[in-house]
Design a protein. Structure first.
Length: 258
């Protein structure tokens, strides 16, 4: 069973969208609350948002399955990326709303099941990601790994108040060159109608932190977008008018890294 799709590009850019998937296998879904079976914490429509990246020559990696099956942006040992803050784990048992994923505690995935999910879904995605970076790096002196994410603009379980429209994460400046970060911050600071923050609540997940290696020609950047900028957050419906503006910003950002 294919657990992801990978479009091979020619430009020195790989767009990874690890939370775009929403599929949940029937045997797992049967143990979940109805609210969780909707996969509400999906990064809805991000593959559609970034569809233009193929025209720029980028490689694009997209999973099929929901983060509720396994979170591809968490380390396989499930060590917290944000110590002391609410977050969700490698195989989440709580939703971003704070509600449980599973109908009862005895339905939580066991350690053996978690390991099986890692082998079936997590490792193939990361093998593809690492392999594509290696392929592109062999052809270009520098490569950018762009982590595309989105989330509800207000999510009290995870953060206080209103999240900015664009949330740039570079592991505090460690996952990409200072020049690239400065360029992206400059673009966002000149973008009318949107606000942004760099290395705020979302500094970059496992993928950004693990694969970013600017000293060896791999810059990794995460962009967490507030979903209000391109969709209806309650129905999960795409909004053409809002999305058009967001895509213009994304295109400017990706063109700048190329």
């Amino acid at each position: 069973m294919d657990t992801f799709t990978l479009h091979h590009g020619t430009a020195p850019l790989l767009v990874s969208l690890p939370h775009d998937g929403s599929e949940i296998p029937a045997d797992i879904a049967a143990r979940m609350h109805a609210s969780a079976r909707r996969a509400p914490d999906t990064d809805w429509h991000v593959a559609r948002l970034y569809a233009f990246a193929r025209d720029l020559g980028a490689s694009v990696l997209v999973p099929r399955h929901s983060r509720y099956v396994v979170d591809l942006n968490r380390p396989p040992d499930d060590v917290s990326l944000y110590p002391g803050q609410n977050t969700t784990g490698l195989c989440p048992i709580v939703q971003f709303s704070g509600e449980p994923v599973y109908v009862d505690d005895d339905q939580h995935p066991t350690p053996a099941e978690i390991q099986a999910r890692v082998e079936r879904y997590w490792r193939p995605y990361h093998a593809a990601l690492a392999g594509e970076l290696q392929r592109l790096r062999a052809q270009h002196p520098r490569v950018v790994l762009w982590e595309g994410h989105s989330i509800r603009g207000e999510c009290p379980f995870l953060f206080d108040g209103r999240l900015p429209d664009f949330n740039l994460g570079t592991a505090g400046g460690g996952s990409c060159s200072p020049a690239l970060q400065d360029t992206l911050v400059s673009i966002l600071s000149r973008t009318d109608g949107y606000d942004f923050v760099a290395n705020g609540r979302f500094k970059g997940g496992y993928i950004t932190r693990h694969y970013g290696d600017p000293a060896n020609g791999i810059d990794a950047v995460q962009l967490e977008i507030s979903q209000r900028t391109y969709m209806d957050e309650d129905s999960f419906a795409w909004d053409d008018a809002r999305a058009a503006g967001t895509q213009r910003v994304l295109r400017t950002l990706l063109e700048s890294v190329l």
